[in-house]
Structures are given as C-alpha cells and as structure tokens.
Design a protein around this ligand. Structure first.
Ligand SMILES: Nc1ncnc2c1ncn2[C@@H]1O[C@H](COP(=O)(O)OP(=O)(O)O)[C@@H](O)[C@H]1O
Ligand SMILES: O=C(O)C1=C[C@@H](OP(=O)(O)O)[C@@H](O)[C@H](O)C1
Length: 272
C-alpha cells in the first residue's frame, strides 16, 4: 500500500458504464495513484502532457517539470487509472504552484486533460469524480455534473485487476452503444436506490457486449457478494461485499486470477 505524503488520487470501480448513455456511476477504492512533480524537460506520456498543458494554460506556469507516477492499479484495465493519474498530476501541479484548489475545479481540469489526450470516450467524468471526491457518484458526463454523491459505509471492494484491454475505444463505444436502452435501465435502477442490482446488471451488459467471461461475476455472487461487475471497459472486475463475506468472495475470485481486497473510500483525494 502506498503510504507517502505525495499528491494522490484513488482508483475506483464501476456501477454504471457511461459510454453508451453518458450517465455513469463509480466509487473510489483504497488503491492509489501517487504523482510527484520533479524538475525535467520531457513529458513522454500523452495524458500527463495534456495535464501539464491544460494546467499551464488555465492556472499557472509550473516551469520545466516532469512527473513520476506510482500506481497500485494496472493501466487500461477499467480501474480508473487514467482518471487517478490525471487527478493526482493536477493536484501535484497545484501544490507546485502553492495553490489550494476546490476539488471540483481540479476535477474539471483533469477531465479536460483526459479528453484532450484522447484516453476516454465520454470524458469519464464519473470515474474522475469518484477518484477525486470519494464515495459513490452518479454523474452526467455530457453536462459534467455530479447528480448524486453518497458514502458507501462498511463495504469492501474485492478487485480482480487485469490490464491491457485489447479493444480500441472505437470498438468499445460501438459495442456498448448497441445496449444504450439497457444501460439507461441501469441508470433508472441506480436513481431508484438499487445500487447492487444496477451494478450487477451493468456487469452482465458490459461482459456481454465486450466479450468478457461472466464467471467472475457469478462466482462472486455465489460467494455472497452484494454486487459484482466488470469495472469500466474491463477487463478488470470488482465486487462489493460486507466484511463477513470478504474471504469467501476473495476465494471465489481467486479461481480467475489474483484478487485484491480494498476499502471503499468515502473521503476526497489528497488536496494541497
Ligand atoms: N500509471 C500510469 N502512468 C501513466 N499514464 C497512465 C497510467 N495509467 C494509465 N495511464 C494513461 O491512461 C490510459 C489508460 O486509460 P483507460 O483505458 O481509460 O484505462 P483505465 O480504465 O485504467 O482508466 C493509458 O493509455 C495512459 O495514457
Ligand atoms: O471512456 C469513458 O468515457 C469511460 C470509460 C469507462 O471507464 P474505464 O476508463 O475505467 O474503462 C467507463 O466506465 C466510464 O463510465 C466512461
């Protein structure tokens, strides 16, 4: 577990993938991405370069710097690594400039950077909001509005981290949009308060559309998880469980890889 005082943001899991309908829901988990700003001339990573450019244009000139990233989640795996990297890098630049932003302002800059870098379909405002603000968020990614935010008390997330998604963003979007009407039903369930049903249904829709196995979702449920889903565009999975079911769900997901147990985090990312 990363324990330092460096600027950080949280990874997260999905309850509703926003790609088809622009309505999304995600929650923060206690796996972190930390970013350190150091003197340097080159920023090779396209997402980090966009964060730097957006910040320089809209906030202050941080000078000649580069970034050192430490991540507890795999990239391109659905666990919100891109959002956490952009959030933590944005917060690190605020610190460099000796400024203390509101979380909401930092969040908007970070989403703008992710859009510019082309690492999202909708801007992934849902993921970035969960990563920056903590808790469960339900968002409208087109309007960049947090419709609801609430803590998820006492829950554990059992994560099956997988990286290296094979599908392009274009392929992901084309397939998920075929199920737009169904994703809107998931949104209605969420708004009606049925988080667990919504999240699991989201899991089956994403798995079906993108060709991921349904086994991890079923096995997690069989072991007593409250909900389970493919996270984001996959290929990672995430299950939510009460404390007394964590071991059983961990065992069940161990058949499919190396799960990690995390807390659901209800507090915001680091703020300078
Ligand atoms: N640890 C990291 N360091 C630098 N860039 C990262 C890191 N993790 C993710 N990214 C950026 O985010 C992109 C992956 O975004 P995305 O496909 O949305 O994955 P995820 O679902 O994990 O957020 C990568 O192509 C890269 O540009
Ligand atoms: O690109 C996007 O707009 C999105 C990507 C997905 O997340 P990941 O980037 O974690 O796969 C999805 O869950 C999110 O609602 C929207």
């Amino acid at each position: 577990m990363l324990e330092s005082e460096l600027p950080f943001a949280y990874a997260g899991g999905s309850a509703l993938n926003a790609v088809a309908s622009w309505k999304g829901a995600a929650f923060a988990i206690s796996l972190k991405v930390e970013v350190k700003v150091v003197e340097g001339k080159r920023i090779d990573n396209k997402l980090l370069r966009s964060v730097y450019e957006v910040f320089k244009e809209q906030v202050c000139d941080p000078g000649e710097v580069t970034f050192v990233v430490k991540s507890e989640v795999p990239p391109a795996g659905g666990l919100k690594s891109s959002s956490a990297v952009a959030n933590a890098a944005t917060l690190a630049l605020f610190e460099r400039c000796g400024m203390r932003p509101s979380p909401y302002y930092a969040l908007k800059l970070s989403v703008e950077a992710a859009k510019r870098a082309g690492v999202t379909v909708t801007g992934a405002f849902d993921d970035a909001a969960a990563s920056m603000l903590g808790g469960l968020v339900i968002t409208d990614n087109k309007e960049m509005v947090v419709e609801e935010r609430r803590p998820l008390e006492g829950l554990r997330a059992i994560v099956l981290p997988r990286g290296g998604r094979g599908l392009s963003y274009g392929e992901v979007a084309e397939r998920l949009r075929l199920l737009k009407r169904e994703f809107l039903k998931v949104y209605e369930m969420l708004k009606a308060g049925d988080l667990y049903g919504a999240m699991t249904l989201n899991g089956f829709l994403v798995a079906g559309a993108l060709g991921y196995p349904q086994g991890p979702v079923l096995d997690a449920l069989r072991a007593g998880a409250l909900a389970a889903s493919v996270s984001g565009n996959g290929p990672s999975y995430v299950a939510l469980a009460d404390r007394d079911k964590v071991e059983d769900v961990y065992e069940a997901l161990s058949k499919h890889g190396r799960p990690v147990v995390a807390e659901v985090v209800n507090s915001p990312a680091y703020l300078p």
